[in-house]
Design a protein. Structure first.
Length: 317
């Protein structure tokens, strides 16, 4: 049987002369690509201080490679300047991020084009969603349909007739269920100075986070949200917002693939841009470690003893 390199040049002419099972096997006999190694980025967070109109972002810099090779800390920055007072962070697979970014950059319009901040925000959400969906369609085509020299539109129109019911159903399920394995987090200030945070995930779904004032994405996101949820972050001064995000990042490091090295950025609606040096981030980590190891206050223990009607030396054994 021919190898896939030979078949790729002639698949469009020969595919209909092969059995469904044979075509299915051939489709997966391919060389490994970057996506096959599952190269991923892990934790990213953003939060704003409503009081001082500042946005803070915190992320690790690790790339993880599933089980292929050891994870690499200090490998990449995960924040990009979109325009003026807007930033984009990402978590998940690194394979599609360049395509998504290129599409957003090509479609965005300057702030001066909009009458108000709401229209600017809606435009940014729209082009982010469309960029994500377009990249997902491209990945689906490249992975499942390019061997047949078919586009996604051609597959929808002609796939049933070309492949038959059984094989079409297999391919259609893969196309329908394909996960781009990427989440982007967009944060910044509209032209009127109002802060916004939203995310876009598979298959192009938008989640807004203005009400909470913070968001976390990536494999450590659940742990990070557990730290951030108990107290309203957006009502804090910006320095406290920064420390709360650092606390959440430190706590999330027990999650798979989250790196120790921490990138901390603060920017304002007036264009001020601050980066906290790594050495100072580690000083904050030292304080956080001490806070975690501090004993529970005696007042707390006294309340428990009083409620149970027991003395401090009582042991329930």
């Amino acid at each position: 049987m021919e190898n896939l390199e030979t078949l790729q040049g002639t698949a469009y002419d020969t595919v209909h002369f092969r059995s469904a099972d044979e075509r299915h096997r051939l489709r997966w006999r391919k060389k490994s690509t970057l996506a096959d190694f599952g190269i991923r980025v892990t934790i990213c967070m953003a939060a704003f201080s409503q009081r001082e109109q500042c946005m803070v972002t915190v992320s690790d810099t690790m790339l993880s490679y599933a089980d292929a090779v050891p994870a690499t800390d200090e490998a990449t920055e995960k924040i990009f300047l979109l325009k003026e007072n807007w930033r984009l962070l990402f978590a998940g697979s690194v394979t599609p991020i360049n395509g998504v970014l290129a599409r957003i950059y090509a479609a965005q319009r300057p702030t001066s084009d909009f009458d108000n901040g709401a229209k600017e925000l809606e435009h940014l959400k729209q082009i982010s969603r469309e960029a994500y969906q377009a990249e997902r369609r491209q990945q689906v085509t490249d992975r499942f349909l390019s061997v047949y020299n078919m586009t996604l539109d051609e597959f929808r129109r002609e796939g049933l007739q070309s492949f038959g019911v059984q094989e079409f159903a297999k391919l259609n399920e893969q196309v329908r269920d394909f996960d781009l394995d990427l989440t982007i987090l967009v944060c910044g200030f509209d032209r009127q100075g109002f802060p916004h945070i939203f995310e876009v995930g598979n298959p192009g779904e938008i989640a807004e986070h203005d009400l909470l004032g913070y968001a976390a994405i990536g494999s450590g996101a659940d742990m990070a949200r557990g730290i951030l949820t108990p107290r309203s972050v957006k009502r804090l001064p910006w320095r406290e917002v920064m420390y709360r995000l650092c606390q959440a990042k430190f706590a999330s490091e027990t999650a798979t693939g989250v790196g120790r090295i921490t990138s901390v950025l603060c920017f304002s609606r007036n264009g001020i841009h601050l980066i906290l040096p790594y050495g100072h981030v580690e000083k904050l980590r030292g304080i956080w470690d001490k806070e975690r190891s501090m004993p529970i206050a005696s007042d707390i223990l006294n309340i428990i003893d009083d409620g149970l009607g027991i003395s401090r030396d009582f042991t329930p054994t």
